[in-house]
Ligand binder design. Structure first.
Ligand code: 6GU
Length: 242
């Protein structure tokens, strides 16, 4: 997968060279290009922002550098990336969207700062590429850069070969619509706290049932709204009624 990121703070994206994603980049599984938006300014001050029409606080990003960036990175008539614009006004970033984006050959992330990007940029881009305005959650970040780090990590770990063990994302929280339950490793007793006995039993069906029960209980406690989208059988319902 190819990933381009345009930002006025390209240094903010340095963590893409570290850890799991950094390793996938050095192994050639992901190709990352980080670009400074000011490359596409022409005034001496390399201006990227201006005040909003209609008044109001803060500054917006001007559309011209963004238009030139799109033209340079994805020339008209050539193959086009899927454009992802991080904004608290976007649609929610979920595991399902991460999975959908992980199937794309090319993603271009456009990081806004200040109060965001002139709305004509997304409208213009939508004439030639798929555009998603995406939010991480109901809080406001100072810019899209940290959101891109989050999204690239969530997407990148789903790519074939990036995780050591392909089975490891089948057990993720959300992959069955439920939160993951508790997990334990050695020692069997730590500071007086034992590991639940069933996990030591070697009884695979019993262990699977226990894990499902713990997931159901935790989801009911912490994220009850998720249960509406999960198909529950009689055994599941019995656990939730306890
Ligand atoms: Cl994706 N961007 C910004 N700037 N703020 C956010 C966000 C994204 N998601 C939640 N808050």
């Amino acid at each position: 997968m190819k990933i381009d990121v345009v930002s006025i703070f390209p240094g903010y994206l340095a963590p893409l060279r570290e850890s799991l994603i950094g390793k996938a980049v050095s192994r050639g599984l992901i190709e990352v290009g980080v670009h400074d938006l000011r490359t596409w300014t022409s005034d001496v001050h390399r201006t990227v922002d201006d005040s909003p029409y209609g008044g109001g606080p803060g500054m917006l990003m001007r559309p011209e550098p963004w238009g030139l960036a799109l033209d340079a990175l994805a020339p008209l008539g050539g193959p086009q990336p899927r454009l992802v614009v991080p904004t608290p006004a976007g649609r929610p970033f979920t595991q399902a969207l991460a999975r959908e984006l992980s199937a794309e050959p090319w993603l271009l992330f456009a990081c806004g700062r200040y109060e965001g990007i002139d709305s004509r940029v997304a409208a213009y881009a939508a004439d030639r590429m798929v555009v998603d305005e995406v939010s991480l959650g109901d809080y406001v970040l100072a810019g899209g850069e940290v959101a891109v780090l989050v999204m690239v990590e969530a997407i990148g770990r789903l790519l074939p070969g990036v995780l050591g063990n392909a089975a490891s994302h089948e057990q993720d929280s959300f992959s069955d619509g439920l939160l993951e339950g508790p997990a334990y490793t050695r020692p069997e007793v730590w500071r007086g706290l034992p590991v639940p006995e069933v996990l030591l039993s070697g009884h695979h069906a019993g262990i699977a049932r226990w894990r499902r029960d713990e997931s159901l209980r935790r989801t009911a406690q912490r994220r009850p709204e998720l249960l509406g989208a999960v198909s529950l059988d009689d055994a599941d319902r019995a656990v939730l009624e306890q």
